[in-house]
Design a protein around this ligand. Structure first.
Ligand SMILES: [Fe+2]
Length: 198
């Protein structure tokens, strides 16, 4: 089956409890939905791939080589469709899996998983702590600074954009646009509420 949004989040929460992982899933989901709308994909399916892509994260933290490899078991026992299982495995292509991203949904997931982290961190260090005024050129500046968000693998993102056949700047731009409407849900744009004003 293809889970609904609520079903996918329940399944994710069944195996993960850290809210930062849930926020990451929501960020990747929002970005996947944005690209689905743009590229004519099934928004619910692409969104579910985003929500579930790291489902085995907390259960494989002690053994990162198992990341992407335990996921099929967790998804199959929940009756999730094989197309989603393939997508989940392919997001770790060349890192923890040899399953290649083949269709548009898988290529986008591979490209934007790490990119959402870079874009969000670039937003968080702005005075506004928001994506509202974040531009591609500022993300590109952070891209070149290897000490910034050092956990984000720039090579994977580059490889993903190439596989999508879309210029990197455009993928970054679309990811910013995708995340802006959901920034509060994923922990951004909260300066006013948190600090009582600018
Ligand atoms: Fe991820």
């Amino acid at each position: 089956m293809i889970p609904t949004r609520d079903e996918a989040f329940s399944l994710l929460r069944k195996h993960n409890s850290d809210e930062s992982h849930i926020r990451h899933a929501a960020a990747v989901e929002g970005t996947m939905r944005h690209f689905a709308r743009k590229m004519g994909g099934d928004e619910n399916l692409w969104g579910a791939a985003g929500i579930l892509h790291d489902i085995d994260w907390e259960k494989t933290m002690d053994d990162p080589a198992r990341h992407c490899n335990l996921a099929p078991e967790l998804l199959r026992e929940a009756g999730v469709d094989e197309s989603l299982i393939h997508a989940v495995q392919s997001h770790g292509w060349g890192i923890c899996s040899d399953v290649e991203p083949e269709n548009d949904m898988e290529k986008v997931l591979f490209a934007i998983d790490e990119l959402t982290g870079l874009v969000i961190t670039a937003g968080l260090v702005r005075p506004s702590k928001s994506l509202a005024d974040l531009e591609v050129k500022s993300v590109k500046k952070k891209w070149k600074d290897k000490t910034f968000a050092r956990g984000v693998d720039r090579d994977v993102i580059q490889k993903g954009a190439e596989r999508m056949g879309v210029p990197l700047d455009e993928v970054i731009q679309e990811t910013i646009l995708a995340l802006r409407p959901i920034e509060k849900e994923i922990g951004l744009g909260l300066r006013d509420e948190a600090n009582g004003g600018p």
